[in-house]
Design a binder for this molecule. Sequence first.
Ligand code: UD1
Ligand code: UDP
Length: 362
Amino acid sequence: MGRIVTIIGTRPEIIKMAPVVKALDRLDHDHVLVHSGQHYDLMMDRIFFRDMQLREPDEQFELKEQPPHLQVATTMRQVADATKGADLVIVHGDTNTTAAGALLARKQDRPLAHVEAGIRSFDKTMPEEINRIVADQLSDLLFAPTSTSEKNLRQENVTSGIHVVGNSVIDALTQNLPIAAKKSDVLSRLGLRPRGYLVLTFHRAENVDSKEQLAKALDAFEAAARESGLPIVFPIHPRTAKRLREFGLEKRADALTSLRRIEPTGYLDMLMLEKDAAIVMTDSGGLQEESCFFRVPCVTLRENTERPETLAIGANVLAGIDPARVGAAVRKQLGVKRDWPNPYGDGTTGTKIAEQVDAFLG
Ligand code: UD1
Ligand code: UDP
């Protein structure tokens, strides 16, 4: 019997690792779940444990409001006791928690697995791209979502331990959609009709940490509302809310009557909001994948994406944050035929990962 240590810490890690954690719990190994504390608000953290019926972490740490380098350093220091006896450390995605867990495993000479390995934006100015590269270079087991991500790994001379298993975002969706359909009343609560609104999320450092960029993005949201003639529902990430305040842009946001800023939603509400949207506009990784699954057209408010599969099938377009370009992208996506296939697997990623982990531990 081996000892698995899985490290999570942010909203997307909790959501996408929930099905993986459940599958690993069913194995005949010790499985320790560690939470770095990178996300900590009720609506960024606890809500997802409840919505996804995920068990409590065995070890919960606190990070709150630290700069990125200290998020990594503090997580390495705090988590070290939990990982030191591990037969396998598992990290997910591309956050500072991911990089900390990967470096820690290597420094402690523990085997490492990376879930969602090999996705690349090829933009090293993004903190996430650095975190992905670090985790992939250090991993013994690499769970790549698609053949594109496998190819990216091989191009970086990572050739062993790769398993193409789909993306556990689909497991999370398929497991929770029937529950969301029963439990969520978000559309009626917000007075929305199906296909009668756009849903927006926006939180990338490169988009919201500069006043100029964030102001331009508000103009882009206005252009999207004008082009579609629809209201925009905007569950706002705390990073973005903080920047709007700091930059004195709240009044400008308030003046956009079509922009309905709301608190971040729970997972079940988000699924229903996405499923019935006319369009998803986002700079989130997860929303590009989820909208693709729902066959809801996506406009990505970035210049690149590590989800090129969604572009290739027409589910998604890159629009940056230039208002005219975003308006044109919204027009195009409103008219797109919604018949693309889902490139991210059949919802059995968690089970496939657990099988490979079991084989690895022997
Ligand atoms: C992080 C990830 C990003 C991921 C996102 C998911 C890194 C480098 N970035 O970005 O890849 O897409 O999570 O949402 O790890 N805050 C709160 N409450 C919270 C969490 C954050 O108020 O529960 C505020 C704090 O002011 C914090 C800021 O948001 O300083 C940024 O949080 P942080 O975790 O550093 O980065 P994210 O922008 O959330
Ligand atoms: N999400 C949510 N409520 C929100 C915004 C996002 O439940 O208000 C979910 C969304 O459905 C997806 C995940 O959070 O599963 C995406 O996380 P995020 O955008 O924070 O991170 P990224 O995917 O960009 O790393």
